[in-house]
Design a protein around this ligand. Structure first.
Ligand code: CMC
Length: 435
């Protein structure tokens, strides 16, 4: 097969059959052009083969743009650094869902509507009691969020735009309540009901760390840091969990089930589970004196150890979220007066790795998860809650992507093909004749 690029198309020549096929090149608003291969199979009888989707665009989207070489991340065109500095999570949710920043009036109404959906059906609280107290909170999240479809029947018709919107608001609003209840259950403490006077981030801190027997004052710096962490994690285009949500949703499954699928996909240590894995790794390294030895382990092809919080499929430059996260980490530790040796260890690990030829050559930089765990630990979250926080924040991104897919007229059920390398057809052998 050989190819020639000419203007807005690319011509493939099958050197075996000598057939040629002209495939259109499509341009987005920014980013590289893509080759539209939809006719490839019907015209040539060939599929493409791209395990891990390293060169495959699965959909058209207007939500998030990443330039991995330049370290750029835009939500609806706005740079993540500007949103983290000047905006807040509720505004970012509105932006991701509706495509534009809200007016003051729209913002007020959106915040009000989200706030007034934050309680969960009381019967759902019984659900938690079925789990062991030592269950991983991500296991509880997968179960409880999936179970929402059994409680909110009036928002599972995906063909009704109003129901889609109600389900979206419910998911964004209830996720902090569900997440903090998972934490409370693990602690053996009573569940706390959200308070409508509090903001989204404040409510999450209150329902997580408050107890009914005394007042809980939310630290504004911590609430701001929490809000910023949510903003930084809100969306990241077609990663594993978002693609999972889209794929699950492409069959017409209801949004609660789709988001539960996304949570399951996020859990793995190569994706959202990395923030938990970073802290476990730092604890394993233990001291600055051991950094060099662990860097060598990470470089050893025969050792499965990887530097968690380093590297990214798309960023071949610094992850812009990591830069904001590192700054926030400084601020939070300073305000809380917390001296965390893990932070010094992380800084040293980062410094040494960034000077190392292996990491330079492979363009491995710290990603968003490298510093987030240290902030979350300083705030008081146990390591097992880190990925839950990621899921909470990413819910809006999943929902925006799911809605965009459902509303796309060219949407079809996702159905990849395969390169089959198993046995060719053979006759069934009765058990008594098998060797
Ligand atoms: N430590 C050591 N070597 C690494 C690392 C690492 N963290 N990441 C990649 N490499 C090496 C890898 O061994 C490979 O080397 P070679 O070409 O010699 O085989 C090369 O770099 C390319 O790696 P890859 O695994 O082919 O790249 P990928 O795009 O498939 O993987 C990744 C991306 C994020 C899964 C991977 O970098 C990784 O496992 N990082 C650690 C886990 C982590 O921090 N994940 C969070 C990602 S950011 C949050 C999110 O979006 O979920």
């Amino acid at each position: 097969m050989s190819e020639t690029v000419n203007g807005n198309s690319i011509t493939l020549q099958d050197n075996g059959s000598q057939k040629t096929l002209e495939l259109p090149l499509i341009s987005g608003t920014i980013g590289p052009q893509v080759i539209d291969i939809r006719k490839l199979y019907s015209e040539t009888g060939h599929f493409t083969y791209d395990p891990g989707f390293t060169a495959t665009g699965s959909c058209e989207s207007k939500i998030t743009y990443i330039d991995g070489d330049e370290g750029i991340l835009l939500y609806r065109g706005y740079p993540i650094e500007e949103l983290a500095e000047h905006s807040d999570f509720m505004e970012v949710c509105y932006l991701l869902l509706y495509g534009e920043l809200p007016t003051a009036e729209q913002k007020g109404k959106f915040e009000h509507d989200i706030t007034y959906h934050s309680m969960i059906h009381e019967q759902l609280t019984q659900f938690y009691r079925g789990f062991r107290r030592d269950a991983h909170p991500m296991a509880i999240m997968v179960g409880v969020v999936g179970a929402l479809s059994a409680f909110y029947h009036d928002s599972t018709d995906i063909n009704d735009p109003h129901q889609r919107m109600v389900a979206s608001y419910r998911l964004i609003a209830k996720m902090p309540t569900i997440a903090s209840m998972a934490y409370k259950y693990s602690q053996g403490q009573p569940f706390m009901y959200p308070q409508n006077r509090l903001s989204y981030a404040e409510n999450f801190l209150y329902t997580t760390f408050g107890v009914p027997c005394e007042p809980y004052e939310v630290n504004p710096v911590v609430a701001r840091a929490m809000d910023r962490i949510f903003t930084l994690h809100a969306d990241h285009e077609q990663n594993a969990s978002t693609s999972t949500v889209r794929l699950a949703g492409s069959s017409g499954a209801n949004p609660f089930a789709c988001i539960a699928a996304g949570i399951a996909s996020l859990w793995g240590p190569a994706h959202g589970g990395a923030n938990e894995a970073v802290l476990n790794m730092l604890e394993q390294i233990g001291s600055v004196d051991n950094v060099a030895q662990f860097i060598e382990k990470a470089k050893d092809k025969d050792d499965p150890f990887r530097l968690m919080g380093f590297g990214h499929r798309v960023y071949k430059n610094r992850d812009p979220r990591a830069t904001v996260m590192q700054k926030t980490c400084h601020e939070v530790l300073e305000i809380l007066g917390a001296k965390d040796p893990m932070f010094d260890l992380a800084m040293e690990l980062e410094r040494i790795a960034l000077e190392d030829e292996y990491f330079i050559e492979k363009k491995l930089y710290p990603n968003v998860d490298f510093y987030s765990g240290i902030i979350l630990r300083a705030i008081g979250f146990p390591t097992s809650m880190f990925t839950v926080l990621f899921a909470l924040a990413r819910t809006v991104g999943w929902i925006a992507q799911w809605k965009e897919m459902i509303e796309d007229p060219s949407q079809k059920i996702g159905r990849p093909r395969q390169l089959y390398t198993g046995p060719t057809q053979r006759p069934y052998v009765p058990v008594e004749q098998r060797a």
